[in-house]
Design a protein around this ligand. Structure first.
Ligand SMILES: [Zn+2]
Length: 336
């Protein structure tokens, strides 16, 4: 790639230019192109190239608005580097309002880095990966909870990799859940290919949630400041932060009875050991099961659909150490 120029198959974006592109990644049953929207913003000054992607799961919408606002509403005057904005990766899933590619229900987010001579999902993934992910220096992939659940804004990243850890911290979320991520996922495969990448989880599917979108935009500002793309902005500190590495630092509380769930807390809430988290009742509203917090922690995710079988997940809880607990207690003085 020539100094400062962003090139892809079929085009180039010069320093100081912005291009909105519809890039073909597959074809429909009618033989028409399936094209993903891409905005390349090439700053006047050189610097890192960062991708921002959303809707690799087609019904996870919050990130779409984050990426669109960065691409279309921010001023990029003085940008030092290049932004590759990919607001809708899974176009067939987005059109059908479904998580997976409607073609055999494939998960596009298990199909990276892809291959040109493989399945439809992997061919699509290969186009996206080689054209718009591999040329980058780092990336942020936006997700929401799976349908029927919601979560507080948090980052998933392999913080044992120092470069990924730097990126994860720069996003300035309260909670970082550390893992390599599943094979075939965009963040795992991009990171393995030398493009440190984090996932941001925020809210629920099928919604635009303004408060979370604003919080994520602050995270993007902070990341771009950390890497010098927007030198006038400052790197944020979230007030308190916990990095959850091990299995014993987090747990999915599961239902031990079937029934209707009444949640007593929302995502992001602080709970102390023994606090009632939810109650599961039968159709006569006779109490059948009370679920209590096994340790002091923060509720990262909760179910939205209140109907459960025994074994269904109720709540994703992460443990807080004593210092972090005190910091959260100051932020949430009304916690039980
Ligand atoms: Zn997702």
């Amino acid at each position: 790639m020539a100094e400062g120029v962003f090139t892809y198959s079929g085009g180039r974006v010069e320093p100081g230019e912005t291009d909105d592109i519809r890039y073909p990644v597959s074809e429909t049953y009618l033989g028409d192109p399936i094209r993903i929207p891409v905005t390349i913003i090439n700053g006047e000054k050189p610097g890192p190239t960062v991708f921002l992607s959303a809707a690799v799961h087609g019904d996870e919408l919050n990130g779409i608005e984050v990426v669109r606002e960065v691409a279309q509403e921010w001023s990029h005057e003085g940008l030092e580097g290049t932004l590759v904005c990919l607001p809708v990766l899974n176009v067939p899933g987005f059109m059908a309002q479904e998580r997976y590619l409607p073609i055999y229900d494939r998960d596009l987010n298990r199909s990276f880095p892809g291959a040109e001579d493989s399945t439809s999902a992997r061919r699509m993934a290969a186009r996206i990966f080689s054209e718009f992910v591999e040329p980058c220096d780092l990336g942020i992939d936006f997700h929401t909870s799976t349908r029927g659940r919601t979560n507080m804004l948090h980052v998933r990243a392999d913080t044992d990799d120092p470069q990924v850890g730097r990126l994860a911290k720069a996003f300035a979320s309260h909670v970082i859940i550390s893992s390599q991520g599943p094979g075939g996922s965009l963040r795992r495969e991009a990171t393995d290919a030398g493009v440190p990448t984090i996932t941001v989880e925020m809210g629920e599917a099928h919604r635009f949630q303004r408060d979370l979108i604003d919080c994520a935009l602050d995270g993007v500002v902070s990341v771009l400041a950390e890497y010098g793309l927007r030198p006038i902005d400052a790197v944020r500190w979230p007030g308190w932060r916990t990095i959850v590495r091990d299995q014993d630092e987090k747990t999915w509380l599961r239902a031990n009875a079937g029934g209707v769930v009444e949640m007593h807390h929302t995502q992001g809430a602080l709970v102390h050991e023994g606090d009632r988290i939810c109650t599961i009742t039968n159709p006569f509203k006779a109490e059948s099961d009370t679920v209590r917090a096994p340790f002091d922690g923060v509720i990262v995710g909760v179910l939205e659909n209140p109907l459960v079988y025994p074994g269904n997940p109720l709540c994703h809880l992460v443990r807080l150490d004593a210092d972090t607990l005190r910091a959260v207690e100051q932020e949430q003085p009304n916690a039980e």
